[in-house]
Write a protein of this length. Structure first.
Length: 230
């Protein structure tokens, strides 16, 4: 079994309800930010680290996701009839991803700074970590209004609390998914088990990150990207 991540799972199955009417007829990952879809913003970063496999899950308006990716070297894992959440969706896609640790990433954010996948890959230590989550200090989290998710100690070990914000990108060992009985479930269930064993770690992102979770987030992301281009 490989110990370094060579496959990437991109989560694109959600309903995007906070986007209101913008997602009435299309999935949130296909909304445009700065002339490029949210999905393509994340896909470009993923492809830059040359993974062996990229898988995108889809449920809401999944036919549009499939059509958008039809000419790209990307597999689509359709969840039907029900959406499976992050944990169930990842487990459903494992036959496409293969064995060993994988990257996972949300597709509703944009970045200003180094490639998040490259940073995680450089810091990954499979002998001591079951997951490595990329986090960002609140002052560098554009458009994010909720409190932080995790506290990082000096060694990078995580505990839950109002500290840094999880960016939605991580490296994760997947073997624990088979031990969860639910069909649809959050990856938080797997993280909780890792926390109990001191195997959940975090890494601080040195750039800026914009959460595009609402219509207002689109304008904030475009402003952030324009500032980067100057």
């Amino acid at each position: 079994m490989r110990h370094t991540p060579e496959a990437i799972m991109l989560f694109a199955a959600g309903f995007g309800t906070r986007m209101g009417t913008l997602t009435k007829d299309r999935p949130k990952p296909l909304l445009s930010v700065g002339g490029k879809t949210l999905l393509d913003h994340t896909l470009d970063l993923a492809q830059a680290v040359s993974p062996q496999k990229i898988v995108v899950n889809a449920h809401y308006h999944h036919i549009q996701i499939e059509a958008h990716l039809a000419h790209k070297d990307v597999a689509v894992s359709v969840e039907s009839p029900d959406i499976l959440e992050t944990g169930g969706g990842l487990r459903h896609a494992l036959p496409l991803l293969g064995e060993g640790p994988v990257f996972t990433s949300n597709t509703d954010a944009v970045w200003r700074g180094p490639n998040p996948f490259e940073l995680l890959k450089s810091a990954w230590k499979p002998e001591s970590m079951d997951a490595l989550l990329l986090c960002v200090p609140k002052k560098h989290a554009v458009g994010h209004v909720r409190s932080g998710d995790f506290l990082l100690d000096a060694d990078g070990k995580l505990t839950r609390g109002p500290g840094q914000i999880y960016t939605g990108v991580q490296i994760l060992k997947t073997h624990g998914l088979s031990e969860i009985s639910e069909t649809a479930f959050s990856l938080n269930l797997l993280w909780d088990r890792m926390l109990e064993n001191d195997r959940l770690f975090g890494l601080t992102y040195p750039g800026s990150w914009c959460d595009v979770g609402s219509p207002e987030g689109i304008a904030l992301a475009e402003t952030m990207l324009e500032a980067h281009d100057v």
